[in-house]
Design a protein around this ligand. Structure first.
Ligand SMILES: Cc1ncc(COP(=O)(O)O)c(C=O)c1O
Length: 339
């Protein structure tokens, strides 16, 4: 195993030994290739550079107490990449290709998988790019699927023991009403940089976006889905501009099993005052409780306490217990590797 300060890793890129790649050309995907360099050689007219033919994924693998490595909901990430590729008119990597590539890149970089109970994990980043040259605005005829891994610590500085703050950025949208918010297109993240930086400059951990059409409903919390707890309900936005989070799908299932009612529906901003807890969820954020949300326009602060509430804590624990093989994986979410 490489020598790293595993318990103090940040959520940042660290080069590892290998990445895997697969090229689509002449109408077919080729063989999986193993690379040790972390650069790509591209045509200067590649469509990913000009016309946003780029989509990515993010998932994690965990070293567990039983010595095995578990990858969480990999097939769901494969399916989401297909949906992104379909919308951006890119070649769609089949689920089997995607999953084999993920397993291979983890195996090749086994010495970078953080040890059990370090609080860190191996973050897996598949990226699909249009690599074929075009000058007119049209899809490329060549694509590359590249998957790299990097060991990471918590996304937010307080990890999942503290809370984070958010500010409603009414002046900005990360995606258009009938645009690309529902897929993991790189362009959405470019569009989120200005509001994200503004939120940080004002002292907040995250920007909270409202629905881009009416600006009445809660959409997403930075690069994470939003949920609130109201009475006995887990409430999360139904919106065409929100990324379908695999963590949120997981929480909906777990919440229901815990006896909560799951409500997927538009959440009017004012309803933020009726939640006993609020949280952000995603592969990177896992379940991060929200301490408060400020709405500068109405000068309102929605407060949820400075520690994660009971449901945020319970849901967080339930997810990480499954991911780390401590709880029974009743839904078959984990792919188990003997490495
Ligand atoms: C905009 C956005 N929303 C939500 C999520 C959470 O999705 P997931 O739980 O699949 O990681 C992510 C991260 O992938 C994201 O980038």
């Amino acid at each position: 195993m490489v020598d790293l300060d595993w318990s103090n890793l940040s959520f940042s890129y660290r080069e590892t030994a290998y990445n895997v790649r697969c090229t689509y050309k002449n109408g077919a995907w080729g063989e999986l290739e193993i690379h040790s360099e972390n650069t790509v050689n591209l045509s200067i007219a590649a469509t990913c550079l000009h016309y946003g033919q780029e989509a990515f994924e993010g998932l994690k693998a965990f070293r567990c107490e039983d010595g095995k490595v578990r990858i969480f909901r990999m097939e769901d990430n494969a399916r989401r990449m297909i949906s992104s590729a379909s919308y951006l008119k890119m070649a769609e990597p089949p689920v089997e290709l995607f999953c084999n590539a993920v397993k291979k890149v983890i195996e090749l970089n086994a010495e970078y998988i953080p040890p059990f109970e370090s609080g860190a994990s191996l973050y897996i980043r598949p990226v699909l790019i249009g690599s074929g040259a075009q000058v007119g605005v049209k899809p490329a005829d060549e694509y590359q699927l590249i998957i790299f891994v990097t060991p990471v610590g918590p996304y937010f500085k307080n990890g999942n023991t503290g809370t984070m703050s958010a500010v409603i950025e009414r002046g900005y949208d990360r995606a258009a009403p009938h645009g690309t918010g529902h897929i993991k297109a790189g362009g959405n993240y470019g569009a989120s940089l200005t509001p994200g930086m503004l939120a940080h400059a004002d002292g907040y951990d995250n920007a909270l976006y409202l629905d881009p059409k009416e600006k009445k409903y809660v959409d997403e919390c930075g690069a994470a889905n939003f949920f609130g707890i109201k009475g006995n309900s887990y409430v999360t936005p139904a919106s065409s501009s929100v990324l379908p989070s695999i963590t949120n799908m997981t929480l909906c299932t777990l919440a229901e099993e815990m006896g909560l009612k799951v409500e997927r529906r538009p959440i009017p901003v004012e309803e933020l005052s009726e939640f006993s807890e609020a949280g952000a969820c995603g592969t990177a954020a896992v379940v991060t409780a929200i301490g408060y949300i400020d709405d500068p326009e109405t000068k309102t602060r929605y407060s949820y306490g400075d520690k994660p509430g009971p449901w945020c804590t319970r849901l967080y624990q339930a997810v990480v217990d499954i991911q780390h093989g401590r709880a029974e994986d009743r839904h078959g979410w984990n792919t188990v590797l003997d490495l």
